[in-house]
Ligand binder design. Structure first.
Ligand code: NDP
Length: 452
């Protein structure tokens, strides 16, 4: 294992989810590891992604809970919300997590280097005026928000800045129709802002199940989010304290804050890929094989920088697979099927496996089960928002191909379902499972009537 001709066995660029996991695991296997980070430990997920986003979602949900409380017998004094308190408390928690990451790495004797690292050749990186060599280099540099180049785009912000706004804007316009756009639409709306969301296509969350997309669009509109579908933004202009946004249909929207949630791009610029001969695709994503190896034998890449499936748990798995492959004597390839995911929109959605559309493309005969119902809580809360569940089944084998949920606790429900799909569960096995009563989740084992 010891390679005296190199400074390290592995040099990791980027201390986000994938990089940290790979570094810790490799060190645990006995490798001498260094990790370089130019911003903050924990990467996007911990600092400007999943974690602060979920904290914001919790804060935002309180307004709904307070509204529902009335029907459940509570009378509450008029509530006020203080954005700076939320930001300050969130920052304190993130600082704590940064410290946890630092400790996790140092406890494993991983050397943490603060600075921007750049590849010089297949075994060397430059950082802080030093050149360090390694038997393997792992690129886990992540991604950055992408902002389309339209006039006035500099007046807008991205999710990076949304986590640090000094005040809660009264009006927000969100551009995009992916995870970040719908999640922030729900967050800002729940906290009291007037939210407009524009999406360039007919229905947002492309790639998710069509019924779920439709149901979410209806639920968000019913809650008061102004959805402008089939329209894009052509320019932003400053007008006193406001921003005037012009849409492709010629209409304008006056707002206080414009959030570009228009995708993210691999953070590979100036990383020295050419110097090391590492290939990237036209979008800058590093090309890798199933073991996350690039075209150069000593250089690996995991996470968003490879633009495979840009989710934290996937980056963790990729990082772990690299460590096992290189230092654990267990060559481990990644698979990307049955990966569950949740969008923390309001209401949330969660999904695992194939959508109805994809299943029909891939299988000859597909059975679809669909259920739409008011969750019990809504009976007294007076909320008229249905939960939607779908189960997609291969008719030939009875195997469940996909499950899609929109409604409260969807994210918490889908993890267990994902285990079942990972085990190759059939619809009959779902049906033979006893429900937990009274829950929404029991509907997953009681759906008997086909919807197709
Ligand atoms: P996505 O790629 O999910 O969505 C980008 C959206 O922006 C799409 O609706 C896209 O439209 C639209 N868009 C792209 N370019 C333009 C443009 N020039 N003008 C107008 N609209 C444009 O990216 P996000 O930024 O939402 O999130 C990035 C990734 O981070 C996600 O894909 C996900 O993997 C991850 N993530 C996961 C979360 C979770 O697990 N809960 C939460 C947040 C992020 P179109 O559909 O037409 O291409």
């Amino acid at each position: 294992m010891i390679m005296p001709d190199f400074d390290y066995d592995m040099f990791v660029i980027g201390a986000g989810s994938g990089g940290v996991r790979a570094a810790r695991m490799s060190a645990q296997f006995g490798a001498r590891v260094a990790i370089a980070e130019e911003r903050y430990l924990g990467g996007t997920c911990v600092n400007v992604g999943c974690v602060p986003k979920k904290l914001f979602v919790y804060a935002s949900h309180i307004s709904e809970e307070m509204r529902d409380a009335k029907g459940l017998g509570w009378s509450l004094p008029p509530a006020t919300f203080d954005w700076p308190t939320l930001i300050a408390n969130k920052n304190t928690e993130i600082d704590r997590l940064n410290g946890v990451y630092d400790k996790l790495l140092k406890d494993r004797n991983v050397e943490v280097l603060h600075g921007r690292a750049r590849l010089i050749d297949p075994h060397a990186v430059a950082i802080n005026d030093r050149t360090l060599t390694a038997r393997y280099i792992l690129i886990a540099a992540g991604s950055r928000p992408h902002v389309p180049d339209i006039p006035g785009c500099e007046l807008g912000i991205t999710s990076d800045e949304a986590f640090f706004l000094k005040t809660l804007p009264k009006r927000v316009l969100i551009i995009g129709g992916g995870y970040i756009a719908v999640e922030f639409a729900g967050i800002f709306h729940g906290l009291g802002a007037h939210v407009t969301q524009t999406y360039r296509g007919p229905l947002f969350l492309r790639g998710f199940d069509d019924d779920v997309r439709q149901a979410l669009a209806e639920a968000m509109a019913a809650r008061g989010i102004d959805l402008r579908l089939d329209r894009n933004v052509t320019r932003l202009e400053k007008s006193n304290d406001a921003i005037i946004v012009t849409l492709t249909d010629g209409s304008t929207v006056e707002t206080d804050c414009v959030l570009f949630a228009t995708g993210r791009e691999p953070y590979t610029r100036d990383l020295g890929l050419e110097a090391a001969g590492v290939e990237a695709d036209p979008r800058g994503a590093i090309r890798v094989d199933a073991h996350s190896k690039t075209n150069i034998d000593s250089v690996y890449a995991v996470g968003d920088v490879t633009n495979r499936m840009n989710l934290t748990p996937v980056a963790l798995a990729e990082g772990m697979a690299v460590a096992k492959t290189l230092f654990g004597n267990q060559p481990t390839a990644m698979h990307y099927h049955n990966i569950p995911t949740a969008v923390f929109s309001q209401p949330p959605i969660a999904t695992v496996g194939l959508t109805e559309k994809h299943a029909r493309q891939a299988y000859d005969d597909v059975n679809v089960y669909r259920s739409s119902f008011y969750p019990l809580k809504s009976a007294l809360a007076g909320r008229r928002e249905k939960t939607l569940m779908k189960i997609i089944v291969d008719a030939a084998t009875d195997r469940v191909l996909g499950v899609h949920i929109m409604g409260p606790d969807a994210a918490e429900m889908i993890q267990g379902v994902a285990i079942a799909l990972q085990c190759g569960a059939t619809k009959s096995q779902f049906d033979a499972t006893i429900g937990v009563h009274p829950t929404s989740a029991e509907e997953l084992v009681t759906m008997r009537t086909r919807a197709d």
